[in-house]
Ligand binder design. Structure first.
Ligand SMILES: [Fe+2]
Ligand SMILES: [Fe+2]
Length: 267
C-alpha cells in the first residue's frame, strides 16, 4: 500500500464527460460530490478505532496508510467538484450541506461499532466498483474524457489496494456478521437517498436544454446504463452478504497493478 498523488487535468470536460452515456457522467459526478464528506468521515472513524486498538496494534500501520490514501482521494475530488460547481447548478450547495450534516450526525450520535460497520459497508463497495471500472465499462468509457476515467481508475485501484483495512479493523474490535450486514445495508440505503436526489436534480437541469426527442433518448440511455450497473453491483453484493465474505479472498481486477505502476513511474 502506498500514497500516490497523480495530477489530472479534467476540468474542461466536466460535467458531461462520458460521451456515450452523458447521463452516467452525472451519476459519477454525484459520487465525487459525496466523497469530500464521506472519506473524511471514514478517516475519523478509523482514527477513533486506532485509539481503541492502542499504539502497539499491528493494524496501526495499515490504518495510517489508509487514511493518507483517502485524504489524497478527497483532495482530488474537491478539485473535481469545484469544476462541477462552476458549471452552474444552483442547488448543489443544498445537497452538499445534506451530506455534511449526515456524516456529522453519524460521528456524533452513533457508536464506534456502528460507524465501523457502516465504514466497512462503503469499503466493501470499493472493490465492486474497481471491477466495474476496470473490466466492465470499456464500451461505456470509449469516448469519455481519459483524464476523468484515469482519476476514477486511480481512486478505485487504491480502494482495491486498501480493501482489507476496514474489514480487519472491524474484526479486531467487534466482529459480528449481523451488525456487518446491517452497516452495509444502512450505508446503501443512505447513499441511495442522498445521491439519488442529487442525480435527479442534475439530470433535470440538463434536460431543460433538450427538445422532446433528445429528452426521450436521454431517458432511455440513463435507464439502460443504470440497469446494467445495478445488475452487476447486485451480483457482487450477494457475495458481500455471505457470512463467508472476506476482502482478503478477492481477485484483483485486470489492469489495477498496471495502472498503479504507471502512476508511480510518472511521479
Ligand atoms: Fe477513497
Ligand atoms: Fe477506501
Amino acid at each position: 500500500m502506498k500514497v500516490r498523488k497523480p495530477s489530472y487535468d479534467y476540468t474542461a470536460s466536466l460535467p458531461r464527460w462520458c460521451r456515450r452515456y452523458p447521463e452516467y457522467s452525472q451519476v459519477v459526478n454525484v459520487a465525487s460530490l459525496s466523497l469530500p464528506y464521506l472519506e473524511p468521515y471514514l478517516n475519523s472513524v478509523m482514527r477513533r478505532a486506532q485509539a481503541r486498538l492502542g499504539p502497539r496494534h499491528p493494524l496501526n500501520h495499515d490504518i495510517g496508510l489508509f487514511c493518507r490514501q483517502e485524504a489524497a482521494h478527497y483532495l482530488q475530488h474537491d478539485a473535481y467538484n469545484e469544476a462541477i460547481r462552476k458549471a452552474g447548478y444552483a442547488r448543489l450547495p443544498e445537497f452538499e450541506q445534506r451530506l455534511r450534516d449526515h456524516f456529522d450526525r453519524l460521528l456524533n450520535e452513533r457508536s464506534l461499532k456502528f460507524n465501523c460497520a457502516y465504514s466497512l459497508g462503503f469499503e466493501s463497495i470499493g472493490p465492486i466498483y474497481a471491477e466495474w471500472w476496470f473490466e466492465r465499462t470499456g464500451d461505456v468509457m470509449a469516448e469519455a474524457d481519459p483524464s476523468v476515467v484515469s482519476l476514477w481508475k486511480w481512486h478505485l485501484a487504491e480502494e482495491f489496494e486498501h480493501r482489507t483495512v476496514a474489514y480487519d479493523v472491524y474484526r479486531a474490535l467487534f466482529g459480528g456478521y449481523v451488525e456487518r450486514v446491517r452497516g452495509l445495508l444502512t450505508f446503501l440505503r443512505d447513499l441511495r437517498a442522498l445521491n439519488g436526489s442529487a442525480v435527479k436534480y442534475l439530470l433535470t437541469e440538463d434536460a431543460k436544454q433538450m427538445n422532446d426527442e433528445e429528452r426521450a433518448r436521454s431517458r432511455r440511455r440513463f435507464a439502460e446504463i443504470r440497469q446494467r450497473e445495478s445488475a452487476f453491483v447486485r451480483s457482487r453484493l450477494i457475495r458481500v452478504l455471505s457470512p463467508l465474505y472476506s476482502p482478503h479472498k478477492l481477485r484483483e481486477p485486470r489492469g489495477v497493478s498496471q495502472l498503479l505502476q504507471s502512476i508511480e513511474a510518472a511521479a
